[in-house]
Design a protein around this ligand. Structure first.
Ligand code: ATP
Length: 575
């Protein structure tokens, strides 16, 4: 397909706000594309050239894009910028100029050519790369027709966003085959194992739904991690899953390790949000080389800081300082990590995700070399016991809390690993659950007020937080938080916010007039909030409000999709 035809689809989608209609248009588009094209188009639709987890950026500033445009169109920069200011959208401004300036060079390129060029732009770095990027982009701008130029320049600016998520694309895949959404659960399951939207589309088109059902993990493609349900007593846990495995709940951060043996073993570490964080933890990488016994393996665990001088685990706030881009060696000495592994997902060509927990655990024990020596080793296997008695379970919980741990994790003996799902196969029981809410809440920071009094120095006052209403794809407010943060936390919030300010309230924020913010932020910053109670509220659009909300911590390790949903919030209320 030509890029011109794709741009007509871009245009149709951008004019539509109904999710169902967008799904239909996407399905029609996907039907027309070849298997190679579908893979590329899915990424271009999202302003990318690769799956989200690969984090490949174009590295094109707005300044460089404008430079490419004026070079391509052979016009004065000031003239272009004046028009751009009037129109307010880079894409539409280029379209206008292209319509007015007759060009002989338009060559109506194929999608593949445009994609390959964008890919080149994205992977070029270092000396001379800016010139190369500029050259390629201006060449493409010259090549395409005015409508295509509008979308072409929107792709690298990140403004291509058409108002739909990965889930709409999965729905559209289902529509492409069945003209309804009925295949979405099967496709989504495959996507959780291989979160590469383009690849899933390609396999579906080429091989069909039966092959999608059997999709297996692949080393170095992160698997979306399984989550735990929550309960607040041993009694409830045993009632829910019966005799079960119980492990300590370590309060650090989760890592998924991908390993391939070799003279130079290849190792990648992924965070919960599927970010490649390998470079941050050289100590864990070294330990994986020494302690893993397999040719290929995918496994998971929790990394937690350890204080050798007192033989205790460090609190989360200290452990989390290891998540950084600089001074890595220095910090790895200051805050050594212990990595407690608890899950095996794949080993030597065999997927373990559909195996019962007991079998995964047995194989995991065979695959890690350990003397169970906390002082000498970095990788350990999480301790576990089979428990059938309430009293025994409560004792383990108390013991864990005394050891500075968060609580315990109960695991269903024959439970499978369900990528991306929160189910009863794992149940967390945390010390905080003694309050009237069963868990802390992961909220989105939607906006903030400019500070008054002392807060004016920080330039930030109370901030508005909300949860996600999945059904209607919008955010609902639950609290405005103005106290309880340390000076350092206020400063951090201000710095984080500076990157995400937007001119007006995002369309999918539902906010009561009395709760409007001075500054709005696009969905980016996630905070973990602890509250004493959830009460009914006439002013918060969730209809519920958090009583005495406190910032527990920033959750940079989480994605927008991890924000507590409205449905989950309702379930947290203890009646
Ligand atoms: P979510 O419930 O969405 O995963 P969260 O990060 O707030 O969110 P917790 O409520 O702390 O998570 O509970 C689940 C997390 O507990 C896991 O993601 C993992 O990082 C951690 N964890 C610690 N110890 C264990 C263990 N033994 N088994 C499984 N997970 C563990």
């Amino acid at each position: 397909m030509k890029f011109r035809e794709l741009s007509v689809y871009f245009d149709k989608i951008s004019q539509n706000s109904s999710r169902l209609e967008i799904t239909r248009i996407l399905a029609e588009l996907f039907k027309k594309l070849t298997t190679d094209e579908i893979e590329k188009v899915v990424y271009l639709l999202q302003g990318k050239v690769a799956p989200e987890y690969e984090k490949i950026e174009f590295g094109l500033s707005e300044k460089l894009i404008i430079k490419s445009i004026v070079l391509a169109l052979n016009i004065e920069r000031e003239y272009f910028e004046k028009e751009y200011k009037k129109i307010g959208d880079l894409g539409e401004t280029v379209e206008k100029f292209k319509t007015e300036i007759f060009s002989f060079e338009e060559s109506n390129p194929e999608i593949k050519e445009i994609y390959d060029n964008f890919y080149k732009i994205a992977i070029s770095s270092g000396e001379g790369s800016q010139e190369l990027k500029l050259g390629i982009l201006s060449h493409m701008i010259r090549q395409v027709d005015p409508l295509s130029a509008r979308f072409l320049v929107r792709i690298p600016t990140g403004n291509i966003r058409m108002g739909f998520s990965d889930m709409t694309i999965l729905d559209a895949y289902s529509w492409m085959i069945k003209k309804d959404k009925s295949l979405r659960p099967i496709i989504e399951k495959a996507y959780h194992v291989r979160p590469e939207l383009g690849y899933i589309g390609k396999v579906l088109k080429e091989k069909g739904i039966e092959v999608i059902k059997k999709i297996e993990p692949k080393v170095f493609t992160p698997i979306i991690m399984m989550r735990a349900e929550r309960l607040s007593s041993a009694k409830e846990i045993l009632k829910q899953i019966g005799r079960c495995f119980v492990e300590p709940k370590f309060d650090g951060f989760r890592l998924q390790v991908h390993y391939k043996k070799g003279f130079n073993p290849e190792i990648k570490l992924f965070s919960r949000s599927l970010e490649d964080v390998s470079f941050m933890y050289p100590d864990i990488i070294e330990a994986v080389k020494k302690q893993v016994k397999a040719s290929e393996m995918i496994f998971e665990g929790e990394a937690v800081g350890y204080d050798y001088s007192i033989g205790k685990f460090l609190p989360f706030q200290e452990t989390v300082q290891r998540k950084r881009k600089y001074q890595i060696e220095e910090m790895s000495k200051k805050i050594p990590l212990k990595f407690f592994v608890f899950e095996l997902l794949y080993k030597d060509g065999k997927s373990f995700i559909n195996e019962p927990f007991i079998k995964r655990r047995k194989e995991l024990e065979k695959s890690i070399i350990t003397k169970k020596n906390l002082k000498e080793e970095t990788i350990l296997i999480a301790d576990e016991q089979i428990i059938n008695e309430e009293k025994k379970l409560e004792e383990l919980f108390d013991k864990a809390v005394k050891e500075n741990l968060e609580g315990i994790m109960a695991k269903k003996i024959d439970g499978v690993y369900k990528p991306g799902a929160r189910e009863w196969n794992w149940i967390k029981y945390k010390k905080s659950y003694s309050s009237k809410i069963k868990d802390t809440i992961d909220c989105l920071v939607m906006g903030y007020d400019l500070g008054k009094g002392k807060r004016a120095d920080f330039g930030i006052g109370a901030f508005l937080v909300g949860v996600y209403d999945e059904k209607n794809n919008r955010f609902l407010t639950v609290a405005k938080i103005g106290t309880g943060l340390t000076d350092e936390e206020w400063k951090q919030l201000k710095i984080k916010s500076s990157k995400f300010k937007v001119q007006k309230k995002p369309d999918n924020y539902l906010v009561d007039k009395t709760m409007e913010s001075d500054i709005w932020l696009k969905p980016s910053i996630i905070v973990e909030i602890r509250a004493d109670e959830i009460t009914k509220s006439p002013v918060h659009t969730a209809g519920l409000a958090l009583r005495f909300p406190r910032l527990e911590r920033f959750r940079d390790d989480k994605n927008i999709s991890d924000i507590t949903t409205f449905e989950e919030l309702k379930k947290l209320i203890i009646r």
